[in-house]
Design a protein around this ligand. Structure first.
Ligand code: APR
Length: 169
């Protein structure tokens, strides 16, 4: 049982072992968290992502899966890239969103990371309603069997922070 903590801030500035990126399946970067991490972390991250594509992920990283790279110039040691599901009102994709948290913690365990920071995966470009994403994220972290000692959920604005705080009660 891992009880996450909440931080209002910028995930690229978190002093943790690993930061989780809300990545694109191409692993080639994008906007939002993806853009911020690549901008702040520098070209080493993309270079390693390209190598991962060439060796294992030619068809892209699947939704709900996770893979680690260097964190480049970030304070963290690793970036764990995970692909969130795009929200759908027709189909329940919540297991895929929960998988992003579970698989990222599994990768963190493989790395020996003890502190991990997550963004609110899928709640930006992928349009997942914040409150529901908070419910899934908090439950997934709490249910995770992991050696990670500290999980920080990093929210980028007050509304997101309040939505997560409400789900932590
Ligand atoms: N630190 C923490 N959180 C952030 C930051 C940041 N620097 N920048 C944005 N966020 C928040 C957003 O406000 C949102 O709540 O992260 C959450 C996730 O938003 P996105 O980054 O848009 O991620 P997502 O919805 O999962 O969409 C992923 O967007 O950028 C592309 O390449 C990416 O295709 C992928 C898709």
């Amino acid at each position: 049982m891992t009880e996450p903590s909440l931080v209002l801030g910028d995930i690229t500035r978190q002093r943790v072992d690993a930061v989780v990126n809300a990545a694109n399946s191409s692993l080639l970067g994008g906007g939002g968290v993806d853009g911020a991490i690549h901008r702040a972390g520098g070209p080493e991250i993309l270079a390693e992502c390209r190598r991962l594509r060439a060796s294992h992920y030619g068809r892209g990283l699947a939704t709900g899966q996770a893979v680690a790279t260097t964190a480049g110039r970030l304070p963290a040691r690793w970036v764990i890239h995970t692909v969130g599901p795009v929200f759908s009102a027709e189909e329940d994709r919540s297991p895929l969103l929960a998988s992003c948290y579970r698989e990222s913690l599994r990768v963190a365990d493989e790395l020996g990371a003890r502190t991990v920071a997550f963004p609110a995966i899928s709640t930006g470009v992928y349009r997942w309603p914040m409150d529901d994403a908070a419910r899934i994220a908090v439950a997934a972290v709490r249910a995770a069997r992991t050696a990670v000692e500290e999980v920080v959920l990093v929210l980028h604005d007050e509304a997101a922070y309040e939505a997560f705080a409400a789900r932590m009660r």
